[in-house]
Design a binder for this molecule. Structure first.
Ligand code: SF4
Ligand code: FES
Length: 256
């Protein structure tokens, strides 16, 4: 038998045998209903999964087939919208980007809301304090002078300067993994600084000084203790701590 023929036969055999084996996984989910509960408690569920399933798929199975009262946010299911950040086995992750097979499914998988924001119900937190900080850094282009008659030209090097921080999807995984934010809800938090960075280092923007003044506040960049939790948590691979350091440096040198 040729190699090609052998491969074809194996593929056929595994298809006949059921190519994607299933296994049972236990999820331990933090539940809280403000109408009936005085505090959070754990509930345990068993679901049938496949190696290609994500934690979001398991949550859907629970909600759709076992307990419709389970509440969580999700929209795109593909790592784009940033709405399903949660603590999975004690680490901030997007449920739609986390494969069950990668989070030690031999033991119960814990799923909790992200920390440091008020829990509204089950895995849903109040994101308003997070977005308040985001809005405060003015995450939009600020320009002075007359409207240009043509597009604002930028060199590739200028564009590269802030490329990393354009990738933010505002999931809050970084800010809610930060011990400073847990202890001081007034701290702007990594995500707001990342989004300020995106404009401070944009050569077309004239609002950098204003933003730096805002972040020079006692609840601004100087609260960062460089623990790198934010960089570890970011599902977009943004070098969050590096961005914060660059904003600190810009404040010290006022050159950006
Ligand atoms: S920097 Fe990363 S972790 Fe933080 S909000 Fe943006 S995408 Fe999420
Ligand atoms: S559901 Fe949109 S990022 Fe996960």
């Amino acid at each position: 038998m040729t190699a090609t023929a052998e491969k074809t036969q194996n593929t056929g055999e595994s298809a006949k045998a059921g190519a994607v084996p299933s296994f049972t996984v236990t999820l331990k989910i933090a539940r809280f209903d403000p109408e009936t509960d005085s505090e959070q408690h754990w509930e345990t569920y068993e679901v049938t999964s496949h190696a290609t399933d994500r934690v979001l798929d398991a949550l859907h199975q629970i909600k759709w087939d076992q307990d419709g009262s389970l509440s969580f946010r999700r929209s795109c299911a593909h790592g784009v919208c940033g709405s399903d950040a949660m603590r999975i086995n004690g680490k901030n992750r997007l449920a739609c980007k986390t494969l069950i097979k990668d989070v030690n499914p031999d033991k119960p998988i814990t799923v909790e809301p992200i920390k440091g924001l008020p829990v509204e119900k089950d895995l849903i937190v109040d994101m308003e304090p997070f977005f308040d900080a985001y809005r405060e850094v003015m995450p939009f282009l600020i320009t002075e002078g007359n409207e240009p008659t043509r597009e604002r030209i930028q060199s590739q090097a200028d564009r590269d300067r802030f490329d990393d921080t354009t990738k933010c999807i505002l999931c809050a995984a970084c800010t809610t993994s930060c011990p400073v934010f847990w202890n001081d809800g007034q701290y702007f938090g990594p995500a707001a600084i990342v989004n300020a960075h995106r404009f401070i280092f944009d050569s077309r923007d004239d609002g950098g000084t204003q933003r730096l003044e805002i972040l020079n506040d006692k609840e601004g960049v100087w609260r960062c203790r460089t623990t790198f939790n934010c960089t570890d948590a970011c599902p977009r691979g943004i070098e969050v701590t590096k961005a914060i350091q660059e904003v600190k440096r810009a404040l010290l040198t006022s050159r950006f």
